[in-house]
Design a protein around this ligand. Structure first.
Ligand SMILES: O=P(O)(O)O[C@@H]1[C@@H](OP(=O)(O)O)[C@H](OP(=O)(O)O)[C@H](O)[C@H](OP(=O)(O)O)[C@H]1OP(=O)(O)O
Ligand SMILES: Nc1ncnc2c1ncn2[C@@H]1O[C@H](COP(=O)(O)OP(=O)(O)O)[C@@H](O)[C@H]1O
Length: 301
């Protein structure tokens, strides 16, 4: 029996007769295969990820497992439709705290249609993508049994500025995300730091991005996931995963500067919360932002 996922924080949602992902009881996540270029691009990406032996196993673990495609009853009542069958990243969780961070100062790519570029560029400009190299697309942070989750509305998140992003990253690892008081960051060390914490995982993935020229990931997100109960008991069990490959292009031997720059900027924000100095000064994201800024000033898009 398929149902609407409990802990989805961004993207298209299978509510109110809309088309969106579904989950089953055996740990699988069914993402509708969009019937345009986006669907074929995402399918091609997952297929190459499974077969391309240039991708090290310890990097593959940062992507959901791919089980192929399957025709299932779509959530919008249009009958059997093809879906990507993926590992449900929430299936072993009870009350997961989740943040979806869309990486890159630009979510568009030159080959896209003019309308699409304009739409993305507007969003990049109105959110922190252009200035920080990433934006928060959605989040939920569990507080406790009584108060439940801090889950700001999409509109509110879309209005986040750099200070709001910093605050959200702090609240995400606090025992009091719903409080108006200063977030206590009581879980920051356990979740962000430590040998298997989020920072270590981000650094590992960053190393790969410093070398890999196979793919360019536009509009792709890092999901940060952890279970508060475990964290409070001192067990991190935090993980990061990459999702959304509807706009992945071939890298053609070129470093994915747009992704790498945004990724380094995110790492810097996490380091700042932990008060860890980092040599990195967001050079890549700055150069991408500057590029976009100059597009903006010259009115060329
Ligand atoms: O339609 P919108 O405006 O909600 O945009 C979707 C995005 O929502 P946003 O407003 O940026 O939070 C949405 O972003 P999130 O996954 O929510 O971060 C996707 O980018 C989606 O695009 P695609 O299916 O991956 O091509 C976007 O959908 P499409 O523009 O591709 O339909
Ligand atoms: N494999 C997965 N398992 C569990 N949840 C997922 C998985 N992939 C995505 N999600 C959830 O769905 C949201 C949107 O995913 P995404 O692939 O970006 O969809 P869209 O293309 O509609 O934007 C993510 O923010 C996350 O909450």
């Amino acid at each position: 029996m398929l149902k609407v996922p409990d802990h989805q924080v961004a993207g298209h949602q299978a509510r109110d007769g809309m088309l969106g992902p579904l989950v089953d009881d055996s740990g699988r996540f069914y993402k509708p295969l969009q019937d345009d270029e986006r669907g074929s691009t995402e399918l091609a990406f997952y297929t190459s990820l499974s077969h391309d032996n240039r991708i090290p196993d310890d990097i593959r673990q940062f992507f959901p497992i791919f089980y192929g495609t399957q025709l299932v009853e779509a959530s919008n009542g249009t009958g059997l439709q093809p879906h990507l069958v993926l590992q449900n990243l929430m299936s072993n969780h009870n009350k997961p705290s989740v943040m979806d961070v869309k990486i890159g100062s630009r979510t568009w790519y030159p080959q896209a249609s003019e309308d699409y570029i304009q739409k993305c560029f507007k969003k990049d400009k109105e959110t922190t993508s252009l200035t920080l190299g990433f934006r928060i697309s959605g989040l939920q942070a569990y507080e406790n049994e009584e108060s439940g989750f801090w889950k700001p509305k999409k509109k509110q998140i879309q209005g986040f500025n750099a200070e709001d992003v910093k605050l959200a990253l702090r609240k995400f690892v606090s025992s009091n995300p719903l409080s108006c008081e200063e977030p206590d960051c009581s879980l920051a060390e356990t979740i962000y730091n430590g040998t298997d914490g989020i920072l270590a995982q981000l650094e590992k993935l960053k190393e790969w991005f410093e070398d890999q020229t196979i793919f360019h990931f536009y509009s792709c997100s890092v999901l940060m996931i952890y279970e508060k109960e475990l964290a409070a008991a001192g067990r991190s069990a935090a993980q990061i995963k990459l999702v959304d490959f509807a706009h992945v292009l071939k890298g053609e031997g070129v470093i994915d500067h747009n992704f790498l720059g945004g990724f380094c900027s995110l790492i810097k924000f996490v380091c700042d919360i932990l008060n860890i100095p980092r040599e990195y000064t967001a050079k890549n994201s700055l150069s991408e932002s500057e590029k976009n800024q100059s597009y903006l000033e010259n009115g060329s898009i």
